[in-house]
Design a protein around this ligand. Structure first.
Ligand SMILES: [Zn+2]
Length: 283
């Protein structure tokens, strides 16, 4: 089974995770820029983080045979912090970089006016840079948040078939499917979707435009959830081709809209990134 995890925060994960992911079939990931769990106090910390998503983390992934890309944005939560909003003015210089395959995660957290502004501005940035957008849908008030998100997308210059709506569930999947956007599902150990619910959703909505991710980060999460969904789909009678569409071809098609996917990882990537190795500081 070949697996592309279209939403995983590897910066927060260990090398054991990379090894286990490779063994489970993961060969490509996209790491969206997001909130780090504690507030950042200046744009400079975002820029160092973005640089790591474009430099160190793809290097680390390559040591484990996994192709790594990222999405860049001011995340919805920190869009509410006036200290962070100037990040918006600097995004253009990141969005031209080869490793960036979408603008994201953008969207709503608490649905504030500041989030409205950041979402609309970043959808326009995506349209202007020929990039698709990864849109996080809120964890609270999900259906209202989904409708409001789709309204803002409709008012933007970015067509819905270049938008991936993520963190969907049974409450929001119908409205999301009707919008013409791609459909993303985060499968977590305790909350949101689980494997069996995911199988039920795919039975009802089919495999087209459906992406499944682990969204693994610094919270309780499981970077092997993609594989577990693949196994659950096979056990439920789906074919290997169905599983390949959901776990590989759909994410390749969506992020391929950027024209920047590089799925080949060199067999023997160099051991150093800017003079440093994963052996802490180099040999
Ligand atoms: Zn995320």
């Amino acid at each position: 089974m070949r697996i592309f995890d279209p939403h995983i925060h590897m910066t927060s994960r260990t090398t054991d995770d990379y090894e286990a992911m490779y063994a489970a079939g993961v060969r490509a990931v996209v790491e969206p820029s997001f909130w780090l769990g504690q507030p950042r106090t200046s744009p400079a910390s975002f820029f160092d983080y973005f640089d790591a998503l474009l430099g160190w983390e793809p290097f680390r992934a390559s040591q484990y045979g996994i192709a790594h890309h990222c999405t860049i944005a001011l995340n919805p939560k920190e869009a509410n912090d006036p200290r962070c909003v100037p990040v918006l003015d600097a995004l253009a210089r990141y969005l031209v970089k080869d490793g960036v395959v979408a603008v994201g995660e953008i969207g709503y957290d608490s649905m504030t006016p500041a989030e409205d502004t950041a979402l609309a501005a970043q959808l326009q940035l995506a349209a202007g840079h020929g990039l698709p957008a990864l849109v996080h849908t809120p964890h609270r008030d999900k259906l209202a948040g989904l409708h409001r998100t789709v309204d803002v997308i409709r008012e933007s210059d970015l067509p819905p078939d270049r938008v991936l709506l993520d963190h969907l569930n049974e409450t929001t999947v119908k409205a999301a499917a009707d919008s013409g956007c791609w459909l993303g599902f985060s499968v977590y150990p305790d909350t949101k979707m689980d494997e069996e619910r995911m199988v039920a959703v795919i039975k009802e909505y089919g495999t087209e435009k459906v992406l499944v991710n682990s969204a693994a980060d610094w919270g309780k999460s499981d970077p092997l959830k993609t594989r577990k969904v693949g196994d659950a789909l096979l056990a439920a009678g789906f074919t290997e081709d169905d599983v390949d569409q959901v776990l590989w071809r759909n994410p390749v098609a969506f992020y391929g809209l950027s024209g920047r996917l590089q799925l080949d990882v060199p067999d023997a990537p160099g051991p150093l990134h800017e003079g440093n190795s994963i052996l802490r500081g180099g040999e």
